[in-house]
Write a protein of this length. Structure first.
Length: 495
């Protein structure tokens, strides 16, 4: 039976977002501050406040901005009312914006002793199962404020995507793009579609490649061409160890829309048994539409010696792929990120090579990798192990002002009660939506949550809670949400 994993919400998400990063002085040391939205909104909560609540670029975020501007006027004539024609705010807007007003007025644990007092009884909740480990770190100093089994390796489920994302960003940089190319043989008779490992390749990209390739062929299109497709960029088994599963397609260097056979772009879906072949056949159809006569069926083969590149499509920047991976818990992109890291590190582009490459890159970042086993990039493999201390260390690295290239590992985290896999959680938790961003993780009997919170003193804390042996996923998720909410000093309980 397929392992259940978190099912991303169908609510709009914002994988393209950015956070505004500011440096300030606090007690003589640099403090990383993240302030939601644009400075023109006048929404800086208080001196020293830190809020990683994400961007305002898409329609949903514009709605939040309009509402924020109306409720917190900074000039002009639209004081206290909605601007004419402004879009309606998202359902979570009042909670998110309300959190901004109350962020520094609540009492909350401020030191290790009080954190122990607040968290210990919550970690003992039976809903969390038979084993629970935790780590809480101040991202500005890297100091662990609380730990319970923080160095204990446990099954991370999808929270391992944080490690995958940070390793990819570190090895490749946020501006890296994955290329899909078309190569033409010297005799002009064979086109080869060469997969680079971009799972987000879509029909529009294939159409553009076909149009460009058709121009390179010249002539009137009457001379037929053969079509080949090359998946040699990746090696090893294409099937994930979990087996056939609606949460992931065969891992191949060439596919369209993650091998999905419906119109979805996230969550479980029926997948193609042959993503590369399907992509080649779709490309053949686009070539035909562009006036090229394609002879026979596409075949798997590498480009012939001397073939030249006649068309190229590049994916969205790695920063955007990382954000989409974390927001929607996208398993297909996560595995692609792991393999791209393997290629960058000179390892084989398979599960084993990706594991070695990601581990090597994390060691380079000087985070605690003892006991870690990065079995895959997505967290679907139950053999994977990480420690809470590793996850919080990675989040702290991503918050480091000296490492701006790692920032998408924070900006991609779902916002509590607002985006991605947290869009339906924290709805009944007083004041926490917008103050918590976290990656979820769910397998049978395994529940995890790792991310950042803003405490009442304006500190950005990184946390990781890993639990196993749970029997009721919804109850375990509520218990994890309560733990994260406790770090904000929020009252109330999760539903």
């Amino acid at each position: 039976m397929a392992e259940p994993v978190e099912e991303p919400s169908n609510r709009p998400s914002d994988p393209w977002g950015r956070i505004k990063n500011l440096k300030s002085k606090r007690n003589g040391s640099n403090t990383w501050q993240v302030v939601a939205g644009s400075a023109v909104l006048g929404l800086v909560v208080a001196t020293g406040a830190v809020l990683a609540a994400g961007p305002w670029d898409n329609g949903q975020r514009k709605a939040e901005r309009q509402l924020a501007a109306a409720e917190h006027p900074t000039g002009g004539v639209h004081h206290g009312r909605r601007l004419p024609g402004a879009p309606e705010p998202a359902p979570s807007a009042p909670a998110v914006l309300g959190a901004l007003d109350t962020a520094v007025t609540r009492s909350a644990p401020q030191d290790p002793a009080s954190l122990r007092t607040a968290l210990a009884p919550l970690l003992a909740a039976p809903e969390l199962g038979t084993q629970v480990a935790a780590s809480v770190v101040d991202t500005a100093t890297g100091k662990q404020l609380y730990g319970r089994g923080a160095a204990t390796p446990m099954t991370p489920a999808s929270t391992v995507k944080i490690a995958t994302a940070v390793a990819a960003l570190s090895a490749l940089g946020p501006d890296h793009r994955i290329a899909t190319t078309v190569r033409l043989s010297e005799d002009g008779r064979t086109l080869t579609l060469v997969g680079g490992g971009d799972p987000t390749l879509d029909t529009a990209a294939l159409r553009s490649l076909a149009t460009t390739a058709a121009k390179a062929l010249g002539g009137d299109g009457e001379d037929p061409v053969r079509l080949a497709y090359d998946t040699s960029r990746y090696t090893g088994p294409v099937r994930h160890p979990i087996g056939k599963n609606p949460n992931i397609a065969p891992v191949t260097a060439l596919m369209v829309d993650e091998g999905r056979l419906d119109d979805s772009d996230r969550g479980p879906a029926e997948r193609s048994k042959d993503p590369a072949g399907d992509a080649a056949r779709a490309f053949a159809a686009e070539l035909t539409a562009a006036g090229v006569t394609v002879e026979g069926e596409p075949r798997a083969a590498r480009p012939a010696a001397g073939a030249r590149t006649v068309a190229t499509h590049r994916s969205a920047p790695l920063s955007a792929l990382v954000e989409r991976t974390l927001t929607n818990s996208d398993n297909d992109i996560a595995e692609a990120l792991a393999r791209q890291t393997a290629i960058a590190k000179g390892e084989s582009a398979d599960f084993a090579g990706a594991r070695r490459a990601v581990t090597t890159e994390l060691k380079k970042l000087q985070v605690p990798t003892a006991g870690a086993r990065l079995a895959d990039g997505s967290g679907l493999d139950r053999q994977g192990r990480v420690t809470p201390a590793l996850l919080t260390a990675l989040l702290a690295r991503a918050a480091d002002p000296e490492r701006p290239g790692l920032r998408p590992a924070l900006t991609g985290l779902p916002v509590a009660g607002f985006t991605g896999t947290l869009s339906t959680r924290y709805r009944d938790t007083t004041g926490t939506p917008g103050l918590i961003r976290a990656k979820t993780g769910t397998l049978t009997g395994v529940n995890s949550l790792a991310g950042t919170v803003v405490d009442p003193q304006g500190r950005l804390l990184a946390f990781a809670f890993l639990a196993s042996g749970s029997t009721a996923p919804a109850d375990a998720e509520a218990a994890l949400d309560t733990l994260a909410a406790a770090l904000t000093g929020a009252g109330g309980t999760t539903g």
